[in-house]
Design a protein around this ligand. Structure first.
Ligand code: HEC
Ligand code: HEC
Ligand code: HEC
Ligand code: HEC
Ligand code: HEC
Ligand code: HEC
Ligand code: HEC
Ligand code: HEC
Ligand code: HEC
Length: 321
């Protein structure tokens, strides 16, 4: 037998045995309706379409399999094997979920959110982690937060009106590196997150007492959600808003126990140049500015005339001597 023929034969045998291993799995797992049915189309079209079964299902013995261990996504994603993206697994490990997962709680693993076989890229509408599907997914364990979010302006827009620019859970909490809701660093970065979608309100907030102190790194002072709510954000003209005329006083009083009706007139987003929105502030600003310019103009003129007069008198006195 010549060498090239030998190589071709061996290559053929290797390839066909590999292919038949995969077909073998489907022999038993391809039956629709079976408890262990594997949907071939979903798997082939998924991001892992080209990966062999036994790369994920490690140590799977021929049937009977014996104990089948759970798939560990980290064997590729934690190390970045074969070009698998690895940032997500590293971030997940540090998250509230990753830290809780090892302790026998009901914390989600990669599979809980992404599924096992039907994993698609985020842009694919079939993806289980798309923006619109995320609230229901998180809500499986955080039902109370979901219930409130659904009724907020953000939730209504995203889930009922299909406005994909409205924030979903991970815009505020992040996809993988979800920190504890009491983490100061996260809170400070969340202000800028709100600000990417509401830049004007963030700028004006930063001009107020609350905003300036937040900028210095303190989190005990009013941040966006202390006034607006976090999951229950509504427009101010909605009676249920934490800032409606009915609720405004109690919202400020959480931190300012002695607050009165007039205290709430403080401008949370003062913009002295916006006449339409803050007429009183605008005219006060205008009046104070004019008063300042007027006072300066008057006294400057006065001083000049005074100096001129004094000089003239002195010259006249000199001439008289
Ligand atoms: C001869 C039939 C047969 C073949 C071939 C077969 N399996 Fe199975 N497999 C089963 C049966 C039946 C079960 C149900 C659990 C049990 O009784 O062990 C199972 C269970 C499993 C499970 C665990 C499912 C669960 O949730 O309990 C995995 C994973 C699995 N098989 C993967 C594979 C892979 C990968 C291949 C190909 C390398 C394969 N199987 C080939 C019959 C087969
Ligand atoms: C990207 C990794 C990956 C590949 C490739 C893969 N699986 Fe799976 N498979 C999973 C995960 C994850 C689960 C969910 C259970 C778990 O977490 O262990 C699963 C579950 C299963 C189950 C249990 C039934 C179910 O749907 O829950 C069977 C049977 C199975 N796989 C067979 C196969 C077969 C046969 C192939 C190849 C044709 C294959 N798998 C390829 C990751 C993979
Ligand atoms: C055998 C190695 C391996 C295992 C195990 C594995 N993956 Fe992957 N995964 C890859 C590779 C390689 C890619 C890149 C595919 C590509 O870009 O074509 C990928 C891509 C992905 C993507 C898409 C990334 C993107 O940029 O769009 C997601 C999501 C994903 N994997 C999730 C998972 C989850 C969840 C599990 C566990 C159920 C898992 N993977 C298990 C190798 C693996
Ligand atoms: C709590 C739910 C959750 C868990 C747990 C989770 N992910 Fe994700 N993952 C997401 C969301 C949400 C996205 C973003 C999808 C988007 O932008 O639409 C994502 C995106 C990804 C991507 C990029 C995919 C793309 O197309 O952009 C990869 C890769 C990935 N995850 C891998 C993993 C791995 C590996 C694990 C386990 C270590 C894991 N994820 C755990 C929810 C989760
Ligand atoms: C607009 C930003 C935003 C969105 C969207 C959002 N959250 Fe939150 N979430 C927050 C803030 C801010 C806090 C902290 C509340 C505080 O400190 O008063 C929080 C706190 C939490 C907590 C901790 C418990 C608590 O109530 O303090 C959980 C759990 C939570 N969110 C889950 C979710 C889920 C699930 C979704 C999607 C249905 C979601 N969040 C959407 C901003 C958001
Ligand atoms: C399978 C159930 C499950 C799913 C799904 C889930 N979580 Fe969690 N989550 C938990 C558990 C359990 C904890 C508590 C961890 C602890 O107490 O240390 C937690 C904690 C949190 C916290 C911290 C709460 C605090 O008091 O500081 C936030 C924020 C959070 N999850 C957000 C999310 C978001 C956003 C999603 C969706 C992308 C999500 N969770 C999906 C189970 C889940
Ligand atoms: C991903 C973008 C995005 C993020 C992040 C976001 N929002 Fe929004 N928000 C929107 C959109 C879109 C609307 C509805 C359109 C509008 O009126 O501006 C909205 C509406 C609002 C409204 C009602 C506005 C009105 O005119 O009636 C308030 C108040 C609000 N958001 C506050 C917040 C706060 C506070 C945060 C951070 C905790 C936040 N938003 C984070 C996109 C976002
Ligand atoms: C001290 C409380 C307070 C803080 C802190 C605060 N706001 Fe406001 N916000 C208000 C009040 C009161 C209004 C309504 C009156 C106005 O527009 O000045 C408002 C109006 C808004 C509006 C217009 C919505 C509407 O209903 O008309 C948006 C959007 C908004 N704020 C976002 C933010 C963001 C983003 C932050 C953080 C960067 C923030 N706010 C911080 C109290 C606050
Ligand atoms: C999360 C707590 C919190 C909330 C809610 C809050 N503030 Fe404040 N605010 C503070 C703290 C702390 C200071 C620092 C000065 C102090 O201790 O009074 C401050 C300072 C101020 C100041 C300047 C200092 C002063 O006492 O004259 C004004 C004005 C003010 N807040 C108005 C408001 C108004 C109006 C609301 C409601 C729309 C509000 N705040 C809601 C925590 C809060």
């Amino acid at each position: 037998m010549n060498l090239p023929l030998l190589i071709t034969t061996i290559a053929f045998l290797l390839l066909s045995s590999h292919a038949s291993a995969k077909e073998d799995c489907y022999d038993c797992h391809g039956q629709q309706g079976g408890r262990t049915y594997v949907n071939k189309d979903a798997l082939v079209q998924s991001v892992h379409g080209k990966i062999a079964c036994d790369k994920c299902h490690l140590n799977i013995a021929p049937y009977p399999h014996g104990t089948v261990s759970k798939v560990n996504c980290g064997i590729c994603h934690f190390l970045g094997r074969d070009g698998a993206p690895k940032e997500q697994a590293a971030e997940y490990k540090l998250s509230v979920h990753g830290l809780a997962a090892g302790k026998g709680t009901m914390a989600p693993t990669c599979q809980t959110c992404h599924g096992g076989h039907a994993i698609y890229r985020s842009a694919d509408p079939r993806s289980s982690t798309s923006r619109e599907k995320i609230p229901a997914l998180c809500g499986r364990c955080h039902a109370a937060e979901l219930g409130v979010y659904e009724k907020s302006i953000h939730g209504t827009l995203l889930l009922k009106n299909n406005v994909s620019s409205a924030p979903t859970c991970f815009d505020c909490h992040m996809e993988h590196r979800i920190p504890s809701a009491s983490e100061a660093k996260w809170k400070l970065s969340l202000v800028s997150k709100c600000g990417t979608c509401h830049p004007e309100e963030m700028d004006t907030y930063h001009k107020t007492y609350h905003g300036k102190v937040t900028r210095l790194g303190y989190t005990t002072i009013a941040m966006c959600w202390d006034c607006h709510g976090s999951h229950d954000i509504l427009p101010q003209n909605d009676p249920a808003s934490t800032l409606s005329s009915k609720n405004l006083l109690s919202t400020c009083a959480k931190c300012h126990p002695g607050a009165t009706e007039s205290f709430t007139k403080f401008y949370a987003h003062a913009e002295e140049t916006n006449r339409a929105k803050y007429p009183v502030l605008y005219y006060t600003f205008l009046f104070m500015t004019l008063l300042l310019i007027g006072t300066f103009a008057f006294f400057l003129t006065h001083t000049f005339l005074w100096a001129y007069r004094a000089l003239k008198e002195r010259i006249q006195k000199k001439g008289g001597m």
